[in-house]
Design a protein around this ligand. Structure first.
Ligand code: F6P
Ligand code: MN
Length: 309
């Protein structure tokens, strides 16, 4: 993991990174407010991964593109919903999954935005990330940020004192840090695995049977929500390689790398089944990859299980 500290060892915050998180935070309440009327499929084609797009995905993508390309020091806006990068000048490439878990819109369950801030152009490995995080549109709007200062959870509000007045600062929202220097709980309690059991490989199925005896299932069908269970309680989240889809479902640049970065910064581990997600060499912008993240001992065990092949 590269360090972004200063010579004296203290963390130096990067104003561009901060401005990106300000923009993500500012859009979160707007995205939330726009969702009630956007629970239907969007007009137009599938996304570059061949998935049905919801109107909420398209709305969030447009809003985030406008907000992020306006940030000085952002060179490219790269979205799961767009075939190619949108040029924004010189600077970081900001990779966005605008509305992860949007298939939860119809059933009104959690979703959020995933962000990875990369040095240089994409595709790149996760080693080029300088910061990453995600918002969670749950009962509370939160943002988990992994930057030079470590990993923290913030609450995002438009009206923090609840008096009906918009008390937001100039960025449109208030950001309150509610937990700093987050590390994964050392005594893991939860797991969440995506995909249908019949589609799992025999090795993963055997691993899952063991984990079911040890941990409690927490699976809601959105990566950000399910990963946040692991961030909060410790455990393991996986969207594994499937029999007919050896690369799984999640996208390396927009989903797996940012989440792996957050979890590794918290002292946890990430894997594609064989090594850290952050070392996976991409071929294209929309590559998929199996994702296993959580407490190191649990991730080591899945690597051991898959090595039996
Ligand atoms: O972005 C893809 C996604 O919606 C993730 O948020 C989630 O982890 C996964 O797909 C859910 O897939 P499934 O419905 O197959 O469990
Ligand atoms: Mn997603």
């Amino acid at each position: 993991m590269s360090s972004h500290g200063t010579d004296d060892g203290s963390a130096a915050s990067d104003p561009v990174v901060e401005a990106v998180f300000d923009a993500i935070a500012a859009t979160a309440p707007e995205i939330r407010a726009a969702l009630p009327g956007r629970r239907v499929e969007g007009e137009g084609d599938d996304n570059p991964s061949g998935e049905t797009v919801m109107a909420g995905d398209l709305y969030a993508d447009e809003l985030l593109a406008d907000a992020l390309t306006a940030v000085d020091g952002v060179g490219a806006y790269v979205s799961e919903e767009r075939e190619a990068a949108t040029d924004a000048g010189e600077g970081y490439s900001v990779a966005i999954d605008p509305l992860d878990g949007s298939s939860n819109l119809r059933s009104n369950n959690v979703m959020g935005t995933v962000v990875g801030i990369y040095e240089g152009e994409l595709p790149a490995t996760g080693r080029d990330l300088v910061a990453a995080g995600y918002t969670l549109l749950g009962p509370i709007t939160t943002m988990v940020v992994a930057d030079a200062d470590g990993v923290r959870e913030e609450v995002i509000e438009r009206d923090p004192d609840g008096d009906g007045n918009d008390d937001a600062d100039e960025d449109g929202v208030s950001r309150s840090v509610v937990a700093e220097d987050l590390t994964l709980p050392s005594d893991p309690t939860v797991y969440g695995f995506g995909g249908r059991v019949p589609d799992w490989t025999d090795d993963f199925r055997a691993y899952a049977r063991e984990i079911e005896d040890e941990l409690k299932l927490r699976y809601g069908g959105s990566m950000v929500g399910d990963v946040n269970q692991v961030v909060t309680y410790g455990g393991i989240f996986a969207y594994p390689a499937l029999r007919d889809a050896p690369d799984g479902k999640l996208r390396l640049s927009f989903e797996a790398n940012p989440i792996a970065y957050v979890i590794e910064r918290m002292g946890g581990a990430s894997s594609d089944g064989y090594g850290s997600i952050l070392d996976v060499e991409p071929e294209g912008l929309h590559d998929r990859v199996p994702l296993y993240v959580g407490n190191e001992a649990l991730v080591d065990r899945i690597e051991d299980a898959l090595a039996d092949d």
